[in-house]
Design a protein around this ligand. Sequence first.
Ligand code: DHB
Ligand code: FE
Length: 267
Amino acid sequence: MTGERNERVAAVAEDLIESAKEVLHRHDVTHSEYRAAWRWLIGLADSGEIPLFLDVFFESTVERLTNDRKPGSEGAVQGPYYKPGASRLEPPYVLPMRDDEPGEPILFTGSVTDLDGRPLPGVTVDWWQAGNDGTYSGIAEGVPEWNLRGVMETDAEGRFQVRTIRPAPYHIPDSGPTGELLGMMGRHSWRPAHFHVMLSKEGYETLVTQLYFEGDPWLEKGDCVDAVKPSLIIDIGKSEDEQLAGSYGLRTPFLTAGYTWQLRGAA
Ligand code: DHB
Ligand code: FE
């Protein structure tokens, strides 16, 4: 035996296995069904989709257990596509993107405060998102390595502004075992369009969250990973501001959006 007894693992693993056995009983699962599931799991491991599978089915529950009923802005799942080590950008911030990046440009204005509404300067804003074609760099083939990923910082007023593109609704890869399972369960594999952010500053709890867009049909039809919370849905506006457009290389009118996050102090 290489593992020392761990009370927490023992308690959770015992219950998990007991729950699975109860399901086998309840549905009178046959040996050939057991073998089919066994093969499916091996295929899941071989496909490299274990992170996707776990995050699709279980991360939002753990995220809610961690963050709900606590003060400050709401979190959301990190998902399997975060990559640490994106470049630190310099203001005026423009997310790294292709010259012909598909999707409408959008200027996003973020503010970060503490629980009393005092602006927090020097917050690290690690941002990642899918493109308008529903691909994440570093995951989908043919997308430049760090496309639409970057690390920014809030200024003296606790603000940052970044030009990016409006992402499109996104479906998780549906040709692998995770999509196959969703299909057999009669469920779709779509997520509403979203931005991902991770906000961190010494002395504060790191917030991993997402933002969604009002009017996205998948907000109504349901997110396949069940990560949407009403407080994370933002409106998209339009601006004619020539000066702002000029400093971000945009043409008027351009899309705008924004959000204010409140961080809670580290425990
Ligand atoms: C998941 C989350 C995402 O944001 C995403 O783009 C894909 C999958 C997830 O939780 O599985
Ligand atoms: Fe995502």
